[in-house]
Design a protein around this ligand. Structure first.
Ligand code: AMP
Ligand code: MG
Length: 418
């Protein structure tokens, strides 16, 4: 492809790009209050200092007993026990259970000393004020939660790299952890380039278009736990571009720009970057469609990604390079792939140019028989932003494929995250 130094496979490109970067430089720890740590990435393992539950407790409403005293009990041959007290949730037990005795207990209440099982209330009958009949045999530890059953002191409950989710906060809170050590948010400077761009629809004039990439990138970055540094719209002017670029390098960890990556007469950015420092742009052009003219590089130790201006291309390349970069630098581990893949069936035939990896935006239909049908969105161009908002998923047609037949089984990547 004329004008591009190379057009390489996405996976190769990503590895080459990541290899440029000195990861430890981007990993800076900070302590944050647990309740403000949602979606942040743990920078240290979390080791429990306590047991939970902290004490043996009843897992059912009923009676705390010595299991041995219940052996042989059934509906036809009940066993009688003496009720010697009660423990409610939140109470500290004051009675001890001896042979032949039972203590009324509610779910969650601490087990009284001497007892090692709970007979569920349903299998008992109080036949007088303090005499209980039980109709079921229980084995030791039946119907109770042992201390440390959930988490034992010393257990690693979450590993470095975990993206903190609501269930993690619940557990850490239960363990008495009030602060966690996370990686500082990566600062990502973003600017859009193009003489045709305006901030808002209200400012439109003929031949101008609204900058839709900056809001896209702002919220994508927010979702990926990075900090968005807004550098605005920069015209296609070498001096202005240089000034903004230098400011971005100064203030941010990563620089993401959009527009001006092609070989148009005003596409200064890639050249400018390479002029400013070594190695500059390392990859220009990737074997995908839409989104081919992305440029990747490094300037003054900061990774830099120049996304193509077309909104779909910007979106796809963000997913292919920016998000993975952020998670690579934080060593963050997903609980599932950000783009979960499912098997589905083509509802129609689709053809694609061999030699490139195509990302087709598709709608999914679930049939009565729970089959997932894939309906490609007809407008496939890089400028069709509405195709991304309409889409449920991406159909990735690999380099060695010319497309798929009607009814053929394919894999699609769901466009949902977290
Ligand atoms: P470029 O990559 O600068 O050649 O731009 C390719 C196409 O994307 C052109 O039609 C631009 O007008 C459009 N474009 C560039 N930047 C943006 C942006 N920030 N928001 C929306 N469209 C853009
Ligand atoms: Mg442009």
């Amino acid at each position: 492809m004329k004008g591009f130094a190379e057009l390489t496979n996405v996976d190769v490109v990503r590895e080459k790009f990541f290899n440029l970067i000195d990861k430890p430089k981007f990993q800076r720890k900070e302590k944050v209050p647990l309740m403000q740590s949602i979606w942040r990435v743990l920078a240290e393992d979390i080791v429990s200092q306590v047991n939970i539950p902290p004490f043996d407790r009843a897992a059912m409403d009923g009676y705390a007993v010595k299991a041995e005293n219940t052996f042989g009990a059934s509906t036809t041959s009940p066993i009688q026990l003496k009720i010697v007290g009660a423990v409610d949730i939140g109470d500290t037990p004051t009675v001890t259970v001896h042979d032949g005795e039972a203590v009324r207990i509610n779910t969650g209440a601490p087990m009284p000393p001497g007892a090692n099982a709970v007979v569920m209330a349903e299998y008992t009958e109080k036949i007088s004020e303090n005499i209980l009949e039980i109709y079921q045999t229980v084995t030791p530890n039946k119907n109770l939660a042992k201390a440390g059953e959930d988490v034992k002191k010393g257990d690693v409950v979450a590993k470095k790299g975990t993206i903190i989710c609501p269930q993690d906060i619940a557990l850490f809170h239960a363990l008495g952890i009030e602060e966690v050590t996370v990686w500082q948010k990566l600062k990502v400077a973003v600017f859009s380039t193009g003489d045709e761009l305006v901030e808002e629809y209200n400012n439109l004039s003929p031949a101008k278009i609204v900058d839709s990439n900056r809001p896209l990138l702002k919220f994508m970055l927010q979702r990926d736990g990075a900090e968005f540094l807004d550098m605005g719209i920069v015209p296609d002017d070498k001096d202005e571009l240089k000034k903004t670029l230098l400011k971005a390098i100064e203030q941010a960890d990563i620089i993401v720009t959009s527009g001006g990556t092609s070989v148009g007469t005003k596409d200064y950015l890639p050249l400018l970057v390479s002029e400013l420092g070594s190695p500059g742009i390392v990859i220009h052009g990737v074997n995908i469609t839409p989104g081919r003219p992305v440029a990747l590089g490094k300037i003054k130790e900061k990774p830099l990604i120049i996304l193509p201006g077309y909104p779909v291309a910007a979106f796809l390349n963000y997913n292919l390079f920016v998000r993975p970069l952020i998670h690579y630098l934080m060593d963050s581990s997903y609980r599932w792939q950000p783009y979960e893949k499912i098997t589905a069936k083509m509802a129609t035939r689709i053809s694609s140019r061999p030699g490139v990896r195509e990302f087709v935006r598709v709608k999914l239909e679930i049939t009565k028989d729970n089959e997932v049908l894939v309906h490609p969105i007809r407008r496939r161009g890089a400028g069709i932003l509405s195709s991304v908002t309409k889409a449920d998923a991406l159909l990735v047609i690999p380099e060695d494929s010319e497309g798929y037949d009607d009814g053929e089984e394919v894999i699609v990547e769901l466009l949902r995250y977290k």
